[in-house]
Design a protein around this ligand. Structure first.
Ligand code: 13P
Ligand code: SF4
Length: 315
């Protein structure tokens, strides 16, 4: 009896969310790290860049952002007159939190001959203090749009920054931030899995540490990793990023094998605890009640808009 109730509840939520979406002219944007049921009900699934591009062009009155806070904030920065909702307001990001505005202002003042390129995983305040934003899929392009002699601060991800320094030959000054999920992958465990699956390719997100990136076969944003698994001849992939992406990988290549890379201990640390705060139930209630809503002071929003717009124009 009890087991029969669960699919019924899910089925209702799916149809209720679909009904509310239509009634309210709302769109659901979801990141690849969301739970699979949220990905399945979303109107659009993508990486950070695609989601901001989608947010920029939508005609919907309400944007429900199934992702973390900085992503929903980006949608609001681009759409000050639309209602932007997030299923759980506490869905934050350790990388964004590793760059508090007060400390960043001090750092910036110590290097006032540098321009600031910030990874999109930062708060609206940091975006307002930046010259241009980038994501993991366009970071190289954005950095290379500046002349080689231009002094650059790259914030907040030291791992992505170090990777971009390496592939562009730049010496950007790096803010000391990182992602709690991508920093915990174990090199030893990864090498063990590879020994057991010599036919598998290892693919990783550039938020991983250099010791991991050195031993992988391919590095890219979530969308780029997904496309790689679709287009590459290999049948087996060890995936070194948050596990949510495996849902689309498996959907697009049902006959291929995807092995999530293990973290350094026995926890489920390859699941982002912030992304996973969003649930289908919270998504439903947020659409129904039109809460919680993203609110940003106008001065911050207007400044942050300039750095995001610059990225979108360069992309
Ligand atoms: P993407 O740019 O690949 O979407 O990455 C976002 C993110 O939060 C990775 O941790
Ligand atoms: Fe932030 Fe890392 Fe989670 Fe991405 S995976 S949202 S960078 S904490």
């Amino acid at each position: 009896m009890t087991t029969n109730l669960i699919p019924d509840i899910d089925l209702d939520l799916f149809s209720e969310i679909t009904r509310l979406k239509k009634e309210k002219n709302a769109i659901i944007l979801a990141h690849y790290y969301q739970n699979s049921d949220i990905q399945d009900i979303a109107d659009f699934i993508g990486d950070s860049l695609q989601l901001s591009q989608e947010a920029e062009k939508t005609n919907a009155d309400i944007i429900v952002f199934a992702g973390v806070h900085f992503m929903a904030e980006t949608a609001k920065i681009l759409n000050p007159n639309k209602k932007v909702l997030i299923p759980d307001l506490k869905a934050g990001c350790s990388l964004s939190d590793s760059c508090p505005p007060e400390s960043f202002i001090e750092f910036k003042n110590q290097h006032n001959d540098h321009i600031v390129i910030s990874y999109i995983n930062c708060s609206a305040e940091i975006k307002a203090l930046s010259d241009v934003i980038c994501t993991s899929s366009n970071a190289k392009k954005i950095v290379e749009s500046f002349p080689i002699e231009q002094k650059i601060i790259f914030a907040p991800d030291k791992n992505l920054g170090a990777y971009i320094n390496k592939i562009t030959g730049r010496e950007m000054l790096l803010w000391n931030g990182s992602c709690m999920v991508h920093e915990l992958f174990s090199k030893n465990k990864l090498e063990n899995i590879k020994r057991n699956h010599p036919d598998a390719l290892i693919i990783a997100h550039p938020e991983c540490e250099d010791q991991i990136l050195k031993i992988v076969d391919y590095i890219g944003s979530t969308t780029s990793l997904l496309n790689f698994t679709v287009n590459n001849q290999a049948n087996k992939f060890i995936v070194v990023t948050e596990t949510g992406i495996l849902h689309q990988m498996q959907k697009k290549s049902p006959n291929k094998i995807f092995i999530p890379a293990p973290p350094d201990n026995s926890c489920a640390c390859n699941d982002c605890p912030h992304m996973k705060r969003n649930t289908l139930e919270k998504l439903y209630s947020c659409l129904l009640n039109e809460l919680p809503e993203i609110v940003i002071p106008e001065l911050t929003r207007a400044k942050a808009y300039l750095s995001i717009k610059k990225m979108l124009d360069l992309s």
